[in-house]
Write a protein that binds this ligand. Structure first.
Ligand code: TNX
Length: 561
């Protein structure tokens, strides 16, 4: 990745500023937001940028939308009279009326807390032209390319109208609406000395680049409660992510109840890294997480790591350890790659069958992740055979198997790329040439547990350090020579060897998660570090209002306050 000199980037910035000023002068404020152009310039350290007064404009939206056209006039101000209206125009749409109402209620709830406004939700049979307020309108007649997640948002002095083909599209549009309001809208409490809750006049058209945009939370190295996982989901939903991958088993702990295998939780869940008490999700806990995620249009992808990273399984069921790979229990260290389930024999496959059956039963989403990373102690042939059998069990349970990229030789159909060392990138490309799909999680770009820089108090460095520029400045389609159409999307894993509180998760997540979110959602043509970092800078105030911790990296031009 070329890193140009600071002098050149300062010049480039001056030219850009001049061009924007001229453009604005030429066409007034009805200017289409300039979002084109490849730009990998790292730029200088962020200085203080002026925050425009008045209503927030469309260049505050992260991830940047496909298009945003600023209108003229005063915009729409939320008031005592504002209603959130759902409009169900025809029969096909009426079947989804309940779901649209839920999306409307979710929006109203977010907006009521800081504003103290009543914001009642009402249902109407048809869209009255000029009706005041916020309207959510399901319209299956929108162009097909809008897809399930696309939406249109139009704001003027009379109100805000969000239109989509599905309730999911409406939900994504409501996340954009939040970003068009002042940052205090994220406060969970009434805001004193409140700003005017005004949405600038704008028309947004939007849809995602990739269908899979995820983040992974490792709940094994440190356990996180269902409420803490819900907080994590809230952050992902803000940036329009649509998958939550839960890493539910590893050497240090097993975190999901399997009634036919009780020792997994009575033994395997007792501790975590450092020997502090662990924990696990009951089926009801897990289903509650799934439901909460579903209501924010995120699909949960559960992962059971097999046959390696299995020390907690071996502690619970020692008969599955024919290679004598287990460590003493509880295992409180962070070294990996030592443990392996017995790759042959009926006992191990009846174990995997029990676990897969239960996970498939409680998981409505299509995917079941079987891990497969870092397996030593068994031969490549034994490993490939093991993966093939477990892959078949997942398919028989009605789910689509996903594996870390090492599972390519076992025929897994969806591969999560994280590690290209030892020729594994070539193995992955071969599998993709044969039709496998790929989720991109290159460790040097997307691993949110990597330190921002050497000396940072949290995180690891084995894949390098990842600052915001590094997280943003790559292209999922061309990082590897993959056949067209094989990349399903991107995912940012958050491993928790060094992280054990929600505040620590936030410090690693923010501001890097929005970088990944923009790579997953926004068009390739809109990719620009200069523009991204100034939009990102505006998010800081939102996080502060929400009570989220974030790392105030110098490379982002946070506004001076
Ligand atoms: C590698 S990524 C791992 C994890 C560690 C992580 C720490 C992968 C499939 N395996 O077991 O937690 O590095 O960054």
């Amino acid at each position: 990745m070329p890193i140009r000199t600071a002098g050149r980037s300062a010049r480039a910035r001056r030219v850009l500023v001049l061009a924007v000023v001229l453009l604005l002068a030429a066409v007034g404020f009805g200017v289409r937001q300039a979002i084109g152009g490849e730009d990998t310039d790292r730029g200088g350290a962020g200085g203080a940028a002026a925050v425009p007064a008045g209503p927030r404009t469309a260049d505050r939206i992260v991830p940047v939308p496909l298009s945003a056209t600023a209108g003229s006039g005063p915009g729409y101000r939320l008031s005592e009279r504002t209603v959130v209206r759902t409009v169900a125009g025809n029969e096909a749409v009426e079947r989804q009326a309940g779901e649209v109402r839920r999306v409307a209620e979710q929006l109203a709830e977010v907006l009521r807390r800081p504003t103290g406004l009543p914001l009642p939700v009402t249902a109407e049979a048809s869209a009255a032209a000029g009706a005041e307020g916020i309207s959510l309108l399901l319209d299956p007649a929108l162009p097909e390319e809008t897809g399930t997640e696309g939406y249109r948002l139009a704001a003027d002095a009379t109100g805000v109208r969000i239109t989509a083909r599905t309730p999911e599209g409406l939900f994504r549009g409501t996340q954009t609406l939040r970003q068009l309001l002042p940052p205090q809208i994220e406060s969970p409490r009434p805001v004193t000395g409140a700003p005017e809750w005004t949405v600038a006049p704008v028309t947004v058209e939007d849809r995602p680049r990739y269908g899979y945009r995820g983040a992974m939370l490792d709940v094994t190295r440190h356990f996180f409660t269902p409420d803490e996982v819900k907080g994590f989901i809230d952050r992902l939903a803000l940036y329009k992510l649509n998958h939550l991958h839960l890493h539910l088993s590893d050497d240090q702990g097993w975190r999901i109840e399997v009634p036919s295998r009780p020792s997994l939780t009575t033994v395997g869940a007792v501790s975590e890294v450092d020997g502090t008490p662990g924990g696990f999700y009951t089926a009801a806990d897990y289903q509650e997480i799934v439901r909460y995620a579903q209501q924010r249009y995120l699909t949960v992808v559960p992962e059971i790591d097999l046959p390696g990273h299995s020390n907690a399984i071996l502690a619970s069921y020692p008969e599955l350890d024919c290679t004598k790979s287990a460590r003493p229990w509880p295992y409180t260290g962070i070294e990996v790659g030592f443990s392996t389930l017995c790759p042959t024999g009926d006992a191990v496959f009846s174990f995997t069958q029990d676990v897969i059956t239960e996970l498939a039963r409680i998981t409505p989403g299509p995917y079941l992740h079987i891990g497969g990373d870092e397996v030593k102690n068994i031969s490549p042939a034994e490993y490939a055979e093991f993966v093939k059998r477990v892959n078949a069990q997942v398919i028989a349970a009605g789910k689509t198997p996903v594996g870390w990229n090492q599972t390519a030789p076992g025929g897994v159909g969806v591969l999560q790329f994280w590690d290209g060392r030892s020729g594994r990138d070539a193995e992955l490309v071969e599998a993709a040439d044969r039709g496998a799909k790929v989720i991109m999680s290159p460790s040097g770009r997307t691993y949110l547990d990597m330190k921002y820089e050497r000396g940072y108090p949290l995180g690891l460095v084995w894949a390098g350090t990842i600052d915001v520029w590094t997280a943003y400045s790559w292209d999922p389609d061309t990082l590897l020579p993959l056949p067209d159409g094989s990349v399903l999307g991107v995912e940012a894993p958050l491993w928790t060897e060094t992280l054990d509180t929600p505040e620590e998760l936030d410090l690693m997540l923010l501001p890097r998660l929005p970088a990944l979110a923009e790579l997953g959602w926004s068009s390739k043509e809109s990719h620009s570090w200069e523009r991204f970092k100034s939009r990102l800078a505006e998010e800081g105030a939102r996080w502060e209002a929400a009570g989220y911790r974030y790392e105030k990296r110098e490379e982002v031009p946070w506004p001076a306050r």
